[in-house]
Design a protein around this ligand. Structure first.
Ligand SMILES: [Zn+2]
Length: 411
């Protein structure tokens, strides 16, 4: 593979220092999508003058363009909005794949994280992994065709799966939580189907990443994202980075004990948080009084209309989640807790009791530090995080991204 932009990573000369700084500027643009010169200076620690000169260099090469966005707020205060810069659209594209428990979503974005096309499909993830991966490969073909992006411009694919992922092996780390997916080398299997590199990550971690970069957690470094859908998972951003733990299974908050005599959980334990607070658990609790045809959207709608049973199960779920989160707050001291997933549509019906339990069970200082809200990306959080993962983890992204235009000249 030829060097990035004809840059060599050797150190020791002024020229290689400049090359190194160019890469740092590119890294900031890859991570943030769009950024002003001031943002780039802040994130690289380089002077404004140096940044301006580096940007001029990258613009001359056709790699960076000025971008008119809809959130051009001047973070520095008054004055006209700063010019936002982004990597040029021709520099490459990335794909995010999000497997939920009941859906599959795929998004294609350019390297400024702007979504060019997306597609989704209902899917029962508890079925076989092979079926799910095949469906994802079809949706990838669809979004590429829709946006008219050739496959070889895609630098990387990020894929989120609702289960603990072992980071050494890329395999779902539990045979009980996602039985049909256990022992499958998901990354390799998907790479084989797509002919593209694939990074695999837990879905709640991707939701956390999406909200941290583009949503409700944009200005915080310490974030816990809770995905409350038919399962419950937490993604933890610590010091601005996803916290994986030793084997990649950190954040399985759905399986902390809340009731020793409770129902048996799909993980094999009894009385896990999921059994009382995940949407599946809520529907089960309501089946005797409300029948078995309810969806979680129905439950939330009925609760808003004042149905006491539906209000009660949502409030109890909020309370139990708050208990578990209180423990997490004492341990991690996050600045922001962002609730996403299907049940987050209940908003204050869920968050009020959650806050109440948190105040009751967390130490006061930890409870005071934390702000609790629903996510602002809704069901897009995970797939946006998957795109960000793909861009962030691309193997020296620009090497491939510019491969068509720049490396061809040099090799
Ligand atoms: Zn469990």
């Amino acid at each position: 593979m030829p060097p990035v932009l004809g840059l060599s990573p050797r150190t020791g000369s002024l020229e290689s220092l400049r090359e190194h700084n160019l890469l740092r500027v590119i890294d900031v643009l890859l991570e943030r999508g769009v950024a002003s010169r001031a943002d780039i200076a802040r994130h690289t620690g380089l002077s404004r003058t140096t940044v301006s000169s580096l940007i001029a260099d990258l613009s001359d090469r056709g790699l960076v363009t000025e971008r008119v966005g809809d959130d051009q707020r001047d973070t520095a205060g008054a004055g006209r909005p700063p010019v936002l810069l982004a990597l040029d659209r021709s520099a490459g594209a990335a794909i995010g794949i999000d497997f939920g428990h009941s859906h599959l979503r795929v998004a294609l974005a350019d390297l400024s994280h702007t979504v060019l096309a997306e597609a989704e499909r209902a899917l029962d993830v508890d079925g076989s992994a092979g079926e799910g991966l095949n469906a994802a490969a079809e949706l990838v073909d669809e979004v590429l065709a829709e946006a008219g992006v050739p496959r070889d411009r895609v630098i990387n694919v990020g894929m989120g799966v609702p289960g603990p992922i072992n980071h050494r092996t890329g395999i779902v780390g539990s045979t009980t939580i996602l039985p049909g997916w256990a022992d499958v080398a998901l990354g390799q299997e998907m790479e084989r189907r797509l002919g593209l590199p694939v990074v695999v990550e837990n879905d709640a971690n991707l939701g956390a990443l999406g909200e941290a970069l583009f949503g409700a957690g944009r200005d915080a470094q310490e974030i816990v994202y809770l995905k409350v859908s038919s399962g419950i998972g937490a993604g933890m951003i610590v010091g601005g980075r996803i916290h994986h733990g030793a084997g990649g299974t950190a954040g399985e908050i759905g399986h902390v004990l809340v009731n020793e005599d409770g129902h048996v959980c799909r993980c094999g334990n009894r009385g896990c948080l999921e059994t009382v607070a995940a949407t599946r658990g809520l529907l089960e609790q309501l089946s005797r009084t409300h029948g078995t045809d309810l969806t979680i959207e129905d439950v939330i709608g009925l609760a808003r209309g004042g149905d006491p049973g539906c209000r009660r199960v949502i409030a109890d779920a909020g309370h139990h989640i708050g208990q578990a989160v209180a423990m997490l707050c004492n341990l991690l001291n996050p600045a922001r807790i962002i609730v996403g997933g299907d049940l987050s549509a209940a908003e204050e019906l869920l968050l009020d009791p959650l806050r109440g339990a948190l105040r009751r069970y967390a130490i006061p200082s930890a409870a005071e530090d934390v702000e609790i809200s629903t996510g602002s990306l809704g069901e897009q959080a995970e797939v946006r995080g998957a795109v960000a993962l793909a861009i962030g983890e691309a193997d020296r992204p620009l090497m491939q991204a510019t491969g068509g235009r720049f490396a061809a000249q040099g090799s």
